[in-house]
Design a protein around this ligand. Structure first.
Ligand code: SAH
Length: 253
């Protein structure tokens, strides 16, 4: 039986999907945090007995009913699992952080595109010196809730490029978006790549500097790629490369 033909189930204002930290299982009682409770009660005007969908990145998606409603709080009791846990493909996005709005945009869109980890990287020409990880995480959660995925991407601590590369896992390929050098078209390069863990690496507005390009290209795991003859903005480059990876090597196949 799908939720839609379950006559007893009604939903608040729209179909609400919430990411929670608590374990989800039949009968589990979940207390939404303050912001979620506000959203449920005052924006969606949830009523007792109405249903929401919950996920936590581990236990799949659950149908839960609103209970213990007061002016400011409520609880959600899990009724049944709607789908088992499934994870996005093992693709990371390592990107030089950019000014506020494009960074929010990159996090939201990369989450929709099914990125597993977002790794901010500081490069020589990176203009941004601090990143707001909490804000990135909030953006990732919101995009995950909206997109129907059952997990939220990890937001990794930012790292300088050299340190990131020095500790790079041996079994993870780097798809290096290099606008300045000889590199095969991305689709061709991805076709010849074997399946397995990978990361897309893109630079800041000013691009990678020559020493960085050399450092990256010397690594054994690196696959340099071109995104065509036009220079793309950092956010466009990152999201295009991610979409192409999903199409050729990921779960759009
Ligand atoms: N150096 C450039 C701008 C860099 S664009 C300049 O100032 O003219 C920002 C990042 O997007 C680059 O570092 C690269 O990783 C990626 N990128 C942009 N256009 C690209 C292309 N045509 N091919 C490959 N990567 C590209």
């Amino acid at each position: 039986m799908t939720v839609e033909d379950d006559k007893e189930i009604t939903y608040p204002g729209g179909k609400v999907r919430l990411y929670v930290g608590a374990a989800l299982s039949e009968g589990a009682r979940v207390v939404p945090d303050e912001a979620q409770a506000h959203y449920l009660l005052h924006v969606m005007r949830a009523k007792t007995g109405e249903a929401v969908r919950l996920f936590n990145g581990r236990d799949g998606e659950w149908l839960a009913l609103v209970t213990d409603l007061s002016k400011r709080a409520c609880a959600l009791v899990c009724r049944r699992q709607l789908s088992p846990q499934s994870d996005v493909p093992d693709i990371w996005l390592a990107f030089a952080p950019i000014k506020k709005t494009p960074a929010d945009y990159v996090v939201q869109k990369a989450t929709e595109l099914g990125v597993r980890r977002l790794q901010p990287v500081f490069t020589r020409r990176t203009m941004v010196t601090r990143v707001n990880l909490e804000r990135m995480r909030a953006n990732a959660i919101e995009a995950a809730e909206q997109s129907g995925r059952l997990d939220v991407p990890d937001i990794a601590e930012p790292q300088p490029l050299d340190r990131l590369l020095a500790g790079w896992p041996a079994d993870r390929k780097i798809v290096f978006c290099d606008e300045a050098g000889e590199a095969p078209p991305i689709a061709v390069a991805l076709e010849t790549l074997s399946d397995g863990a990978a990361a897309i690496l893109t630079g800041p507005e000013g691009g990678f500097d020559p020493a960085e390009r050399e450092l990256i290209r010397r690594l054994p795991n690196v696959v340099p790629v071109s995104l065509g003859g036009r220079i793309l903005r950092a956010d466009t480059a990152a999201l295009s490369a991610l979409a192409l990876w999903q199409a050729v090597r990921g779960d759009w196949r």
